[in-house]
Design a protein around this ligand. Sequence first.
Ligand code: 23J
Ligand code: MN
Length: 261
Amino acid sequence: MSSASLSTLASALLSGTVKVVDLTAPLGPETPVLYLPPQFGKNTPKVAVHTISAYDQDGPFWAWNWLELGEHTGTHFDAPCHWITGKDNENNTTDTIPPQNFVAPVNVIDRSKEAEADPDYLLTVESIQEWEAEHGEIEAGSWVLMRSDWYKRNGSTETFLNADENGPHSPGPTAEAIQYLLSKGIIGWGQETVGTDAGSAGGMNPPFPAHNLMHGAGKYGLASLSNLDQLPAKGAILIAAPLKLVKGTGSPVRALALITG
Ligand code: 23J
Ligand code: MN
């Protein structure tokens, strides 16, 4: 590719004909985190911010904090080593994933109406194929994100996790949908809920199919995304780079999209 395409992009960014959309939720003590019932083991903590100094006797001219922060907190990236199926893959940790993989085209499947009508909505192969018939085929190397408008619930853990005595109710993909997307060669799957799987995914076959199948195939996940309602179905570029945590299984990210118009 000639350097002209990058100069075109540079001008478009400066003139505002290419815009940057923030796909990231606020990250702080109020950020909802996943809750797993006891049979699944331990849980991740909420964010804690500890003051080192605030222009005071602990640091007269400066303010700084240290954080207690789970890798899988808020808007975050799942690396293949997060799941047992991906544990022996090459370059499966946040510090070894090739940086080229952090910038890619993105397909956005809008199922917000369906998720509003049914919080347990599951994206199926047929539904993806309908989307492709309307918007074009999902290409190898691209991300697929499901828009559900679920991010509008992220102000409270209760509305975001949406659990009752039967467990959490939030949308996600079927195992077959993930298999289909993998057959297309996608690089990652993401959505707006607390994780990349549906609330009901613990009872699926395999359990947590987005995690199990994507990471087994060496691919990535993005969870707790925001503002997918600002993206076109096709044509945007997603930028989502995890911290270079040594042997990291995932990381909070500042997820961004470039869009035109
Ligand atoms: C561990 C177990 C189950 C799930 C998750 C983590 C996540 O959603 C995550 O943040 O990766 S569903
Ligand atoms: Mn995760």
